[in-house]
Design a protein around this ligand. Sequence first.
Ligand code: SF4
Length: 314
Amino acid sequence: MKDIQITSDFCVDHLCVAFPNSMKSANVLSDINVVFRHGIAAAVIGESGCGKSVLVLALLGLLPKYASVHGHIFYNSFDVLSVPFAIIQSNLSKHWGIIPQSPSDALNPIRKIKKQFDDIGKNASRGNFSVEELCDSLTSLGLSDIEKILQSYPHELSGGMLQRILFAMAVCCEPEWVFADEPTKGLDEQSRQQVSHNLLHLKTKKTQSMILITHDLPLTEEICEVVVVMYAGEIMEITNSVYTNGLHPYTRALIAALPINGFNPIPDGPVKNGSSRQCRFAPHCAYASKQCKHSHPNLYSVDDMHKVRCFLYA
Ligand code: SF4
């Protein structure tokens, strides 16, 4: 990646991540190149184990110390991968709001909700929140009896309430970027719609720069301008819509696997992260040719906004 600009974009440049296991190193991400643009909502999708969560941990400078990491992630004037963690904590992370996956694990069980909001305010050097400010924010997320909620411990509140509180905590300091990890996972349809509504509200009123990690393809359509499709540690496609513009056979397989489309499973076959001698999707692909089994496809440009790792689009 040439001519890196100092911007609030996240520029991921030839990122490779491997985790050691008992026998050898396991490649989790292979040569990831993508720019997450400031002001744009992006989603990273793909089945469990494809590397999407590791990619976002890398963006946040949260990879474990034992990870073997190569490449760069440029954000403002920093390379997130080489800057000391103290700088990330003191300088960068205050610009980021994170909506974690599991509300019950993410909050401090022995601290009241109001105190936990104030901890976030102090961390971001803005001080305590007034009850009125928090009333506004939590009411807009569909909660009522806010003063009682603020004086509650997490175990006194339902999962749906905690989920909304975490949402409010992620955005209370008006971060430049919001990261949401599986924001609709395990929710019933009504709660899912509330989350989608909240994200849309956030995007139109406050923070437009978002990265969602999700399995929820309809959510990407509702919220995101860019969708990054990952498979076996690689980016397979970058598109503005998997529904209308998804071209990669894996993207099409994900769409076909949706319940609304008949729940067609992706055929079994070995998924080999790190194998570079063939297309990693070849064992599952109905279009696999001899070339696909002996050569590794690049990420080919279909147009300025659309890239596909498939020989069909070379
Ligand atoms: S490169 Fe070949 S095997 Fe891979 S997705 Fe495209 S057609 Fe299928």
